[in-house]
Design a protein around this ligand. Structure first.
Ligand SMILES: Nc1ncnc2c1ncn2[C@@H]1O[C@H](COP(=O)(O)OP(=O)(O)OP(=O)(O)O)[C@@H](O)[C@H]1O
Ligand SMILES: [Mg+2]
Length: 338
């Protein structure tokens, strides 16, 4: 295989591309800014900088919603420009391996395939991989073994809980919420408790700095919002205890799903999971003390990973580079015949 290979994870919050030639991951916000109804004005981190700040004629959106591509043409333009700009590599005639969510329809999966296959870059090859499988490989787990592993990926719009063995998904539960819903919970709690309106970016910063899976943290942070009564911008100190109260129901929902999957897991695989522990990944897994919370409710140790936003793309690269993982890829044609 040539080195002109790209692994793509089109997340609902972040677009991640692994470039084999440089060995680097490009990671930017999966955001587009549109003007004149349909013209791409900016994308990635540059478009995100405009989010919640743009005048009316610039429409800033996240073009992947619940794992499904909502604006095909602009996402396609963004991806190839992003790769060419970031990796200085050749997109023409390259090989692409793309992660796809498991619970979307075949038509929606085909959109991920066509994004590369039917593009101006005329790819040499396009392969797809189920996202949770790529995730597990990216975490360094040998998914070919007859050993059960449990991976919990807390993304932006989705939280996916999967049990994998022998290269396949044995059980999975996809919750249609993740970090973005947690941000919304923080926004609405602060509005309700303090009559203070804050933006999603501020909520996200509060989450990254103060959110925790267990109560009792003492940090605080000063933020700026708009007072609902006076209508004026004000500064307010927000505590970790407030953020915990805002998000505890969201975390409880994830706990319930983890327990539900564990209850359904066949006993021999459950034995493996108890032995190796639960693996948590995805940007949302960085919430402090989340590992302790999950351990408390399951009595199973929890493993965190480095660079959790990148485990899917790193897995994609391992899958196309190692002969033993080649069977984990599929194309849309082989998929339909199956
Ligand atoms: N330190 C942090 N603490 C808590 N959450 C964080 C932290 N850093 C990033 N996040 C959250 O992680 C999410 C992005 O993670 P990730 O890149 O894994 O999602 P995604 O792959 O784009 O989404 P999905 O998998 O649902 O399509 C965002 O909601 C972001 O706010
Ligand atoms: Mg993701």
């Amino acid at each position: 295989m040539s080195s002109n290979v790209y692994g793509i994870d089109l997340g609902t919050c972040n677009l991640k591309v692994f470039c084999k030639a440089t060995g680097k991951v490009l990671n930017e916000k999966n955001t587009i800014a549109i003007i004149n109804k349909n013209q791409l004005y900016a994308y990635g981190d540059a478009a995100y900088a405009m989010y919640e700040k743009a005048p009316e004629h610039i429409n800033v959106t996240f073009p992947v919603v619940n794992g499904v591509i909502a604006d095909f043409n602009n996402v396609q333009n963004m991806i190839f420009d992003f790769i060419e700009r970031g990796s200085k590599g050749k997109t023409k005639g390259a090989e692409y391996v793309v992660a796809v969510p498991t619970d979307i329809t075949e038509v929606e999966k085909k959109a991920f395939y066509d994004m590369f296959y039917k593009s101006k870059v005329k790819p040499k090859n396009v392969q797809l991989v189920e996202k949770p499988i790529a995730d597990a490989v990216g975490l360094g787990l040998d998914v070919n073994e007859p050993t059960g592993v449990m991976v919990v990926d807390i993304g932006a719009d989705t939280t996916e809980i999967s049990v994998i063995s022998l290269g396949g998904l044995v059980l999975s539960d996809l919750l249609h919420f993740g970090g973005k819903r947690i941000d919304e919970s923080i926004m609405s709690y602060i509005r309700h408790e303090f009559n203070l309106v804050i933006g999603q970016k501020t909520a996200s910063v509060l989450k990254e700095n103060l959110a925790s899976g267990l109560p009792g943290r003492e940090e605080t942070m000063v933020i700026v919002g708009r007072d609902l009564v006076s209508g004026l911008p004000v500064e307010m100190e927000i505590s970790a205890a407030t953020v915990y109260e805002a998000i505890k129901d969201n975390l409880e929902s994830i706990c319930t799903s983890i327990k539900m999957i564990l209850e359904k897991t066949p006993p021999e695989l459950a034995k493996d999971i108890i032995h190796s522990g639960i693996y948590i990944t995805g940007g949302g897994s960085q919430i402090k003390d989340l590992d302790e919370l999950f351990t408390n409710i399951t009595n199973i140790k929890v493993n965190r990973c480095e660079e959790p936003e990148e485990s899917v793309v790193r897995g994609l690269m391992a899958i196309v580079s190692e002969e033993k993982y080649k069977h984990l890829t599929f194309t849309m044609k082989t998929r339909i015949i199956k």
